[in-house]
Design a protein around this ligand. Structure first.
Ligand SMILES: Cc1cc2nc3c(=O)[nH]c(=O)nc-3n(C[C@H](O)[C@H](O)[C@H](O)COP(=O)(O)O)c2cc1C
Length: 440
């Protein structure tokens, strides 16, 4: 459907967007048309009968094609508009697990900043599984509504909302980092009893965890299932199971923290059983058309611990169980492991797992330069680049990266007067109503 240039120009401010007509297509398809000597690309997402419409109109000068970082990524029925994801980052800003205005602004501004996927922080599936009492949670139906407000906003920016489902195990019951209080909290400080695969303490100053009973393990599986069910009701389109960084599921994977002698400990098969059970059970309630991610620590960085060879074997199994992407991080299970932190230091894990098992991978860790991120995708090291601290420094990093890489990424229409010339725009919901009338 052709839209008169004037209507778009009115909606998007005084800049003259197109010298000829522009095309708008429905439901995420892309339409190419020619105007003068330039190729005009227009694509739109129009949820007819729904409350959201996002329209994009862009130009690709002289037929220049997209950078790899800005290629869409389709996983089952979901298409991420680009390969940039907000890595899960605890905000220590909830009361009783509830999402609030901080989470809306924090996650929402990164969606407005152009990230294709916005993942929540570790969201606890039980109150006991919180790292701190200020963590986000999803252990009750009353958590759904405030989360759905955030999901709606992220969707309206053309981004995809994902949730990281988590249980902290023996690393639960600590204070937020700015409290300057390391180790487990005492009861008198608001701490609570912690659980783990075995009664093995994490570090000095941490409480001795109680080894989970079989019934306790069954309850954990069920808590992940219920968390996924609620996440779906909240509208999230991606769920990520947190099995990294020394939290409960990683504690089961690693022989250094899992000293059980029953069917959940000992052999590789036994140590991976809980994660495999959770992935299977979550996949059972998580809709078929929605992707499921798992975050792992590819190595403990310690002899005798979890390592890349085991991660490779696990990756193949998780893929068969319906995992769509393995988010490859490392470390976190041992307080004193020596980790060679540096630019892209974890990328080799994602690359090897991707190459040898065929599962899609995400990479994370000290990635900050747009060319570096683009190269990761271009050279097949990973399918998705997750950024943590760089996106805390600059929520608009994706827009900056697009500019540096010469890609015409869509800007929020509200900001388009500050955008590079010929930038496409996400029209706000209100503009859709007007546009819709004009189009009708
Ligand atoms: C403030 C902060 C909170 C974090 N919280 C989480 C979390 O909830 N879940 C998780 O898997 N990783 C968490 N991480 C780790 C990041 O997701 C990421 O893996 C790590 O920061 C490395 O990426 P970066 O170098 O781009 O920051 C957190 C990191 C930061 C800085």
């Amino acid at each position: 459907m052709q839209i008169p240039t004037g209507i778009l120009a009115d909606r998007l401010g005084p800049r003259k967007l197109l010298s000829g007509g522009a095309f708008i297509a429905t439901v995420g398809s892309i339409v190419f048309a020619t105007a003068h000597s330039e190729i005009v690309a227009g694509f739109g997402r129009l949820l007819v009968g729904g409350s959201v419409a996002v329209a994009f109109v862009g130009m690709l000068k002289g037929g220049q094609i997209m950078t790899h970082l800005f290629e869409p990524l389709s996983l089952r029925g979901v298409t991420l508009p680009n390969r940039i994801a907000v890595s899960p980052m605890c905000q220590y800003s909830s009361d009783n697990g509830f999402a609030n205005d901080w989470h809306l602004v924090h996650l929402g501004s990164r969606a407005a900043g152009g990230a294709g996927l916005v993942l929540t922080e570790a969201t606890a599936v039980t109150p006991q599984g919180r790292i701190s009492s200020r963590d986000l949670g999803i252990w009750s139906d009353s958590h759904i509504e405030p989360l759905s407000r955030i999901v709606r906003f992220i969707d309206q920016q053309g981004s995809v909302a994902g949730i990281q489902l988590a249980h902290a195990g023996r690393k639960a019951s600590v204070a937020p980092p700015w409290a300057n209080r390391a180790g487990s909290l005492a009861d008198s400080e608001g701490g609570w009893p912690i659980v783990a695969p075995a009664s093995v303490v994490f570090d000095d100053g941490y409480a001795l965890p109680e080894a989970l009973s079989i019934e306790g393990i069954d309850n954990i599986v069920e808590a992940f299932v219920q968390g996924a069910r609620r996440a779906c009701l909240a509208g999230f389109r991606i769920a990520e199971i947190h099995a990294a960084h020394g939290y409960l599921l990683h504690q089961f994977l690693s022989p250094l923290s899992n000293q059980r002698s029953d069917r959940y400990g000992g052999t590789f098969e036994n140590r991976t059983r809980l994660l495999r059970d959770i992935v299977s059970a979550v996949r059972g309630v998580w809709p078929e058309h929605l992707p499921l991610f798992v975050r792992i620590s590819a190595t403990d960085w310690s002899d005798g611990g979890w390592d890349l060879e085991q991660s490779l074997a696990l990756a193949s199994q998780l893929q068969l169980l319906g995992t769509d992407l393995l988010d490859c991080s490392s470390g976190g299970n041992l307080p004193h492991a020596v980790i060679p932190v540096g630019t892209g230091y974890q990328t080799a894990f994602a690359e090897r797992i991707r190459r040898e098992t065929g599962i899609k991978t995400g990479t994370v860790g000290v990635i900050s330069a747009p060319a570096q991120a683009d190269h990761i995708i271009r050279s097949g090291q990973a399918d998705l680049v997750l950024l943590g601290r760089e996106l805390l420094r600059d929520p608009y990093w994706p827009l900056r990266a697009a500019r540096e890489l010469g890609h015409p990424a869509p800007w929020p229409a509200q900001y388009v007067r500050a955008a590079p010339a010929h930038s496409p725009a996400h029209l706000p919901e209100t503009a859709y109503c007007i546009l819709g009338r004009q189009m009708g």
